[in-house]
Design a protein around this ligand. Structure first.
Ligand code: GLC
Ligand code: GLC
Length: 806
């Protein structure tokens, strides 16, 4: 069952009924001002950091769900009827509802009482504000006298404090209202240099800024007294809960349309120019006023929207493909790229499942996310790499997270996740292959943001690799530390205390827990270091680790997962539960381990037999049915969820890549399709999350809700699936020497075409299948190419590449 449809030409997903199984969201903003917005206008906004600079309030886990948003109420002043064109919060009779989620904007439209309202929400490029552009049309044969009420609820900046510290917060709210503009200035009198404003393009009849005056006592957002009575109170918030609400009167002739534009913005003032007049407590509005004047004009707003639309077109233009499969085309050309950009901006901070107050930028998350956007925004990828490396410790270890506002490592979480540093090498390698910018290796970057400790980025990479070698266990496999990629395999925690974080709680000393997964990852990273530096000794290190993995990490039919604190295997036939795990199969095969002796093939076959389901490949089997104190959080989840035997989608592309490396294009593509959100659109009632983006997990076969997705949007799944389909199945892979092209496509495909921007040159690729195999012959501009890498031509802006597959 579907709740909408893809409009690929417009690059939109069009939701056609408001009661989607879950709020289906989109993101506004792509630089420093951001918001999440659901298909019924729920959500909130923030500047840079969803925890520390929250502009508007949202109540996670609320009933009814998805309350707090960017709402307009319409009221027919003749009949007293009122409604919300975004369906929520009133949820009464809207007809012809649609919500178009596009790249950085959302358009919600509906009709009620013969009045059609369309609201376009977006954040203009280069600005720290959002626009709600409402077009209201009278379809009646007589004139309509309407009232429009806007409303947002201000958050008192620190979202965590805002949701908990009422004894203070209910006393500090402050606003100013001047010429119809509502200024939110809580704490501005003391240490904050920033305020928010909420403005409107039309003359304001009246306003409200105190929540209780707008809603009325004991009322919810679905029945504000001000709207019911058609009369705002001109309330001035002082303490309690500041809101912003304008009341506008609109007289529309039959068939007439009018636009009303609302602007919600964030503004900082220099500390010595905070007040106007100086010495007062009045906000200096000089910087904000021209911005408000500009964006309350329709022509400016239209121009800003077109610029945003073009900007996304340009970003998406980095790679466009045309394959025989519409789901592949749609994801590769539009939605997967878009999701990659969102994970770049948000890491794992703000979504329907991430509250914005939990996590900062993850070290391993952000380094892997790079794989999905390095070709789109290489300069910003460069900056991200430097920011991440600056949170590294001198011994090569890394802070697990850092805060985007301060860019400093997060002490509450600390380090000791022993896979973290290796991902930096993979991220930098991806950057170098894409851009050829070796200068980044010489960038001086501090350790732990401490001045005086600067070393070239290359040295950071060396320390990253050395960190693994300095932390080997009894089998000479890497020690796992607090956890490796699987945050929930906590082999040293032994937590018996409810509520303790499995990641950061006690770390039992003296253990020997080792990770086969990190062993595989090390092999990949060491090979990358050899390629970066030309130093062969890295390859030897890789080979030695590969031997160790084969010697102590092979279980007979698959790679083991780890050794626990006592040296007992995890992910082995010897185990009672959790006999096989997906991660080491993927990563060890990607590392090239077991290719010459058939073990890689064997591992892949075991994945197919034991882990693959129709909805994707689960993490482990058999699922843990009870709590294993020596394994940690993984066994805290009921079977089939999260790290305990769900389809943890991040790992599936590793198996797709493994299958491609083993020349099995049919299998690789089959796995790709099983979790492709667009291919799952038709079962939206089962999948339940948005059909246009990947979710972190899909419930595994041990769960009663097998096939149900959760934790959509902010997941490494986006970057890795993009890498799997574009680089390994379509085979368009940046290398140091040029653009590699080595497709391993399904046997039923007769080919595909692609256009890839690479180091300033457009590669126009036509791939044709002429035989059943994967052997590739290439010509570039008519000339035969030796091998599978097409060099970047000198002095040409375009290359015509013909690839024959057979
Ligand atoms: C979450 C984390 C990621 C981790 C994964 C598996 O997605 O953000 O860092 O690798 O879970 O535990
Ligand atoms: C929980 C989640 C895991 C995530 C971690 C981040 O353990 O299960 O997916 O990576 O929290 O702290």
């Amino acid at each position: 069952m579907r709740f909408g449809t893809f409009d690929d030409r417009q690059r939109e997903y069009v939701i056609i009924r408001p009661d989607t199984p879950l709020p289906w969201i989109n993101y506004l903003g792509c630089e420093s001002y951001f918001g999440i917005i659901s298909n019924t206008a729920g959500g909130y906004s923030f500047y840079q950091d969803a925890r520390l600079r929250r502009l508007t309030r949202y109540r996670y886990n609320n009933v009814p769900t998805d309350y707090g948003g960017r709402y307009l109420y319409l009221r027919d002043n003749a009949s007293g009827d009122y409604w919300t064109p975004t369906w929520q919060p009133i949820r009464n009779g809207v007809e012809d509802y649609s919500c178009r989620h596009g790249m950085g904007y959302t358009i919600i439209r509906s009709t009620s009482n013969d009045i059609t309202t369309q609201i376009r929400y977006f954040v203009p490029l280069g600005e720290t504000l959002e626009i709600w552009q409402a077009t209201i049309t009278n379809n009646r044969s007589e004139a309509a006298n309407l009232s429009v009420f806007s409303v947002i609820e201000f958050a008192l900046w620190d979202a965590q404090d805002d949701a908990a510290n009422f004894q203070r917060n209910l006393n500090i709210g402050e606003v100013e209202i001047v010429d119809g503009v509502i200024y939110h200035k809580t704490e501005y009198r003391e240490r904050r240099d920033h305020f928010a404003y909420f403005a409107c393009s039309e003359p304001v009849e009246a306003f409200d800024t105190q929540r209780e005056d707008f809603l009325g006592p004991y009322r919810g957002w679905h029945e504000p007294i001000a709207v019911e009575e058609g009369r705002s109170r001109n309330s001035v918030a002082h303490g309690w809960s500041p809101i912003g609400s304008h009341h506008i009167k609109l007289a529309l002739q039959p068939g007439e349309s009018k636009q009303v534009i609302f602007v919600l913005g964030y503004q900082e003032n220099p500390r010595d120019a905070k007040f106007d007049p100086p010495g007062s407590s009045t906000v200096n509005k000089k910087a904000a006023l021209p911005i408000i004047a500009k964006y309350t004009q329709r022509a400016e707003v239209d121009r800003a929207f077109d610029a945003l639309y073009d900007y996304w077109g340009q970003l998406l233009g980095a790679l466009q493909v045309d394959t025989p499969d519409e789901h592949t085309n749609r994801m590769v050309n539009i939605w997967n790229v878009y999701q990659n950009m969102i994970t770049f901006n948000m890491s794992r901070s703000a979504s329907q499942f991430e509250s914005g107050i939990g996590r900062g930028m993850g070290f391993r998350d952000s380094t892997q996310d790079l794989l999905g956007f390095v070709h789109i925004i290489p300069e910003r990828a460069r900056e991200r790499i430097i920011d991440l490396a600056a949170t590294q410790f001198e011994n090569g270890g890394a802070y697990h997270q850092y805060q985007p506002l301060t860019k400093r490592g997060n002490d509450a979480v600390g380090g000791g996740f022993n896979d973290d540093p290796l991902w930096l090498i993979l991220g930098v390698a991806a950057y170098l292959k894409e851009t050829g910018d070796r200068g980044i290796l010489d960038e001086m970057v501090p350790f732990d943001n401490t001045p005086g400790t600067e070393a070239p980025l290359l040295v950071h990479l060396e320390h990253s690799l050395q960190y693994t070698l300095d932390n080997l266990g009894p089998h000479k496999l890497p020690l796992i530390g607090r956890a490796d990629w699987n945050d929930c395999l906590n082999l040293n925690t032994f937590s018996e205390e409810p509520g303790e974080s499995f990641q950061t709680a006690s770390h039992r000393e003296g253990g020997v827990a080792e990770s086969v997964f990190i062993g595989g990852l090390f092999v990949i990273a060491a090979h990358e270091m050899a390629a970066i530096t030309g130093d062969e000794s890295y390859n030897e290190k890789a080979d030695r680790m590969a031997e160790t993995v084969l010697e102590h990490g092979w279980d007979g039919d698959w790679f083991r997962r780890a050794y626990d604190h006592f040296g007992e295997p995890v992910g082995s036939k010897e185990c009672e539960e959790g006999q096989i795990f997906i991660e080491p199969q993927g990563i060890c095969i990607m590392a090239g381990i077991g290719f010459d002796n058939g073990l890689a093939e064997k591992a892949l076959k075991s994945v197919e037999e034991r882990l693959a389901t129709q909805h994707g490949i689960v993490v482990n089997q058999p699922a843990y049915t009870r709590y294993h104190v020596e394994l940690g959080e993984i066994s805290s989840y009921p079977p089939g969820y999260k790290e305990n035997a769900s389809i943890f989608c991040h790992t599936n592309p590793w198996i797709m890549i493994a299958a491609a490396l083993l020349d099995d294009g049919d299998r690789a593509f089959d796995y790709y399709t099983r979790i492709n959100p667009s291919a799952r659109e038709a079962i939206s009632e089962v999948h339940r999350c948005e059909p246009y983006v990947y979710a972190q997990t899909i419930a595994g076969r041990d769960a009663p809700t097998h096939g149900e997705a959760k934790n959509s949007w902010l997941t490494g799944t986006a970057a890795w699936n993009y890498a799997a389909i574009t680089q390994w199945i379509l085979g368009i892979r940046p290398t140091y020497g040029g653009l590699g092209i080595q497709p391993v496509i399904p046997s039923t495909w007769d080919g595909f075409t692609a256009e890839r921007q690479f180091r300033g040159v457009t590669f126009k690729i036509t791939a044709r299948r002429e035989g059943p195999g994967n052997k590739v012959t290439i010509t570039a501009n008519g000339e035969a190419v030796d091998g599978t890498v097409v060099p970047v031509p000198d002095g040409q802006s375009e290359v015509e590449v013909i690839v024959t597959i057979g």
